[in-house]
Design a protein around this ligand. Structure first.
Ligand code: DC
Length: 222
């Protein structure tokens, strides 16, 4: 029954633009949207507040089970507190990548991610949407770009928000995060066998959105 509700899974490395693209695609189709990275960021933030070490798999997973997470109008709430800006920092991006290596945490977040799979459909972005969480997704996209292009995007974003930014440091952090996300044993960042590779170095965001929508329409008209 659930298999009849379509899922578009968009996976890829940090700062590949998949969040922006996924949100637009969801909006255009009137689908629900799951930002799975936000869940790992919330866990990093909540555990940090409780002085739980990000390397402690059991304590991190137990803490995650107690969290009441809600998304509303582009905002993220944890136990009714707006944590949207708190979880978007570089520190929480790194923390999310560190807690995400733990299999018990990934299992603890499984049902919550599936609760977004509702009529009329879902666009989900992350690292393992097409490989582990929604393996039966109707369309799987692997969106990537060179580390240099992604670092430049992140740099421009920070400068645009009047935040201090150092391109070299951003590039190094991204490469470190990519390496950790790809090399972990539990649900590593890899392209699903049946995913479509989209290399975004020379594509604009509107072009990426158009391409994904065309691929989706192509699949649904078959
Ligand atoms: O997409 P993001 O940058 O907000 O994700 C932050 C980290 O969370 C990422 O480096 C790895 C982890 N993550 C994951 O392991 N699995 C997902 N489906 C989404 C994110």
């Amino acid at each position: 029954m659930l298999d009849a509700i379509p899922v578009i899974a968009i996976d890829g490395p940090s700062a590949s633009g998949k969040g922006t693209v996924a949100q637009f695609v969801a909006e255009r189709l009137g689908f629900h949207y799951l930002d799975s990275g936000a869940l790992y960021r919330i866990v990093a933030w909540a555990t940090h507040k409780k002085n739980i070490d990000w390397s402690n798999a059991t304590a991190v997973a137990e803490c995650a089970k107690t969290l009441v997470i809600r998304f509303s109008n582009n905002q993220v709430f944890l136990n009714n507190q707006d944590v949207t800006a708190d979880i978007r920092t570089e520190k929480m991006g790194k923390g999310a990548s560190e807690v995400a290596v733990h299999a018990p945490l990934r299992a603890a977040l499984h049902d919550l991610q599936h609760s977004f799979h509702k009529f009329p459909g879902l666009v989900a972005d992350g690292r393992d949407m097409g490989t582990v969480v929604f393996p039966n997704a109707q369309l799987k996209i692997f969106l990537t770009a060179s580390a240099e292009v992604r670092a430049k995007r992140r740099y421009d974003q920070l400068v645009g928000k009047n935040e201090s930014a150092n391109y070299e440091k951003i590039l190094l952090d991204l490469q470190e995060r990519d390496a950790r996300d790809k090399s972990r044993t539990s649900a590593p960042l890899i392209m699903a066998d049946d995913a479509i590779l989209l290399e975004a170095d020379n594509l604009t965001i509107p072009q990426e959105i158009d391409l994904i929508l065309k691929k989706y329409q192509g699949k649904m008209c078959k």
